[in-house]
Design a protein around this ligand. Structure first.
Ligand SMILES: [Zn+2]
Length: 136
């Protein structure tokens, strides 16, 4: 996977765009999100252009989550929230980024994600049957 000029996170990784870095090693960056949902909202990103976390090999994914743990501990120790949460989607920016952010008891993140479907709206037995048949 290669860096691309039109990817904002590749440009940050290459040093051509500034970022408020809080962690850096040869493979990953930890930085502040410029549009935070909470004080201390950070991102952990691979320097290589990767879109989906499940496309990473197991060893790289393990190292990525080692950095997520380091950043989470930084947030916990400095800001002392009740919880440190992570969220991975990657739809808005097509470069894998793990959002790591503080959360307080009973804040807007409590209970996230809330189901928008009633229990009867999903055939749980059918979904289980589909998922369990797939090879790991
Ligand atoms: Zn990229």
């Amino acid at each position: 996977m290669t860096q691309t000029d039109d990817c904002i996170l590749c440009r940050i990784a290459a040093g051509t765009l500034p970022a408020r870095k809080i962690y850096e090693d040869s493979e990953f960056l930890g930085l502040l999100d410029v549009t935070p949902c909470a004080e201390g909202h950070c991102l952990v990103v691979p320097k290589a252009h990767v879109v989906r976390f499940y496309d990473l090999d197991e060893a790289t994914l393990g190292r990525l989550f080692g950095v997520v743990r380091v950043v989470a501990q930084k947030i916990k120790q400095t800001l002392q929230p009740d919880f440190v949460c992570v969220f991975i989607r990657g739809g808005r920016i097509s470069h894998l980024h793990v959002a790591v952010f503080p959360s307080q008891q009973n804040d807007a993140l409590s209970g996230f994600p809330q189901s928008s479907l009633g229990e009867a709206a999903v055939d749980l037995d059918a979904v289980q049957a589909k998922l369990i048949l797939l090879e790991e």
